[in-house]
Design a protein. Structure first.
Length: 253
């Protein structure tokens, strides 16, 4: 494919990514690969969750993961801060009886005291004081986090003077914070799974959406680097990086 055609293809992916809603990456099916984690977050949540528990899922996104827990709707609440997802959830969850706490404030959590038996958090920010405030005594907080070094090699290649957006978001730092707040650590783990992109357009789509890991990214700004990545794909068939994930289950004492 000619360079001009490739660049236009990448521009089309960038344009499409800017209309992204929910948290559905099906557009990249068969165009990327995510190595499996050594744990299954959804199954871990279900192991700890009783049907009578009051559940809060923070930063629920499109709620697909939440719904996989199979928890009673009238015992479920969620938070969300991204307006396109808020609009989606009003149509998707509200009719089911799920309580939606919506705000544009980052790491928002409801101002309710000792209300929840379990709080779940998949890839959302951590508001330690609010977690303490919202959880009942002996309540559980279960989270899978994106660590500070996620996709570092690609991010630094595509961003001048790249600095991770959340450098303190490491297993050691977060465990330390929970211990300071009096929590008991029930389970912890960390992994650095491989992520591969089989065409540059797939990476463009991803980088446009995950803007905090690829600050100021655009096809026209990074055309030379994208062409270098295209050369790698022509030789090896993919571009590879590593994700950074950690898991925590902690109990309020």
């Amino acid at each position: 494919m000619k360079n001009k055609d490739l660049v236009q293809q990448w521009l089309n992916e960038e344009k499409l990514a800017k209309r992204f809603t929910g948290w559905d990456f099906s557009h990249l099916n068969n165009r990327w690969y995510n190595e499996r984690l050594p744990w299954n977050y959804s199954e871990i949540v279900k192991q700890h969750l009783k049907s009578t528990d009051q559940l809060l899922d923070t930063g629920t996104g499109d709620a697909e993961l939440l719904l996989s827990f199979g928890h009673p709707y009238d015992h479920t609440a969620v938070t969300e801060t991204w307006q396109p997802n808020i609009d989606l959830l009003k149509k998707k969850l509200a009719p089911l009886g799920v309580q939606l706490y919506a705000s544009r404030q980052e790491n928002y959590m409801p101002n309710v005291s000792n209300n929840f038996d379990v709080i779940t958090n998949s890839h959302d920010g951590l508001n330690f004081a609010s977690i303490v405030h919202c959880l009942k005594t002996d309540g559980l907080f279960i989270t899978e986090q994106v660590g500070a070094t996620n996709n570092y090699s690609l991010s630094s290649f595509l961003s001048d003077k790249y600095v991770p957006a959340y450098p303190q978001n490491t297993l050691v730092e977060v465990v330390s914070k929970f211990v300071e707040h009096g929590f008991q650590i029930m389970q912890s783990d960390v992994a650095y799974p491989k992520i591969r992109f089989y065409d540059v357009g797939a990476l463009v789509y991803y980088a446009t959406i995950i803007s905090w890991e690829f600050p100021s990214f655009s096809v026209l700004k990074r055309e030379p680097q994208l062409k270098q990545l295209q050369n790698i794909i022509d030789q090896t068939g993919f571009i590879e990086s590593n994700e950074d994930r950690f898991l925590l289950v902690v109990k309020k004492q």
